[in-house]
Design a protein around this ligand. Structure first.
Ligand code: ACM
Length: 264
């Protein structure tokens, strides 16, 4: 069994040092095998335009957010996943960094951009990545990617045991939908959502819905955060449970697939 932690944070817009310090305080002395922090947890979310996001962007891996994630991953010889604004030349991504045992491993650039994000960020080209460490295969998707079952399915077919899902959810149903994603794919989900409200006129206020979840491959929600406060969620993960796609009926969720009949 491997220990997993989800951080549910309350980022203050633009206060990168303060937000990372708050995440450090929340994490305490925990040293999990898998840590997931929210989308854009060091910067806040409601950028007015590209220039504002560019001012807080970090190249991968040389920035404070990725360094924070790498330090967190080093503690438990684990994997840490969390969101940041990534700059690469003139390109700007809503990204999640993955650090493994103290070192930066890769970056995932959000594929499905939500609302105003399309004015600020470039759309990620894929692929949806899977990272293996200590016998656990961690797949990465970000927030609104939940609405597209293809994202979780792609990760599961690529061997992911767990969906690491940094989020800034503002619409209903995302957390609940992860139960279905887990049942469909026989994987764990760690949805790390944030709380608080950002009001950055002329944009309408955005209220983030908290309620982070850890869901098992059997669709059980074993940890859930509150709607309005910071929180730490903890659970033990069993990779073998995620690799066993058999159902009680004698069926097999993967072997029974009929890709010859699907028109995608
Ligand atoms: C979202 O994708 N941050 C709603």
């Amino acid at each position: 069994m491997l220990s997993a932690v989800v951080l549910q944070t309350h980022p203050r817009f633009r206060d990168v040092a303060g937000n990372l310090a708050a995440a450090t305080a929340l994490l305490g002395d925990r040293a999990p095998a898998l840590l997931v922090a929210p989308e854009l947890f060091s910067t806040g979310y409601a950028f007015r335009d590209r220039a504002e996001a560019l001012a807080l962007a970090e190249p991968f891996p040389d920035g404070p957010t990725v360094r924070w994630l790498c330090a967190a991953s080093a503690r438990g010889d684990g994997v840490a996943v969390g969101g940041f604004v990534e700059r690469e030349g003139t390109r700007l991504w809503n990204a999640a960094a993955v650090c493994v045992a103290g070192r930066p491993r890769l970056v995932y650039r959000k594929v499905h951009l939500f609302g105003f994000e399309r004015e600020v960020f470039d759309a990620g080209p894929g692929p949806f990545p899977v990272v293996e460490h200590r016998g656990l295969r961690v797949g990465v998707m970000i927030c609104y990617d939940w609405r597209f079952p293809e994202a979780a399915r792609t990760l599961a077919l690529a061997g992911a045991d767990v969906l690491a899902h940094p989020s800034n959810l503002v619409m209903p149903h995302g957390q609940a939908a992860m139960v279905t994603r887990c049942l469909e794919n026989g994987v764990y989900a760690l949805t790390a959502n944030r709380v608080g409200t950002e009001h950055r006129p002329p944009r309408a206020p955005l209220r983030f819905t908290g309620g982070s979840v850890i869901v098992t491959p059997r669709g059980e929600t074993v940890a859930r955060g509150p709607e309005e406060a910071e929180a730490v969620l903890e659970a033990s993960l069993d990779p073998a449970l995620a690799r066993d796609k058999r159902l009680a009926s004698g069926n097999d969720a993967f072997a029974d697939r009929r890709p010859d009949t699907y028109r995608l």
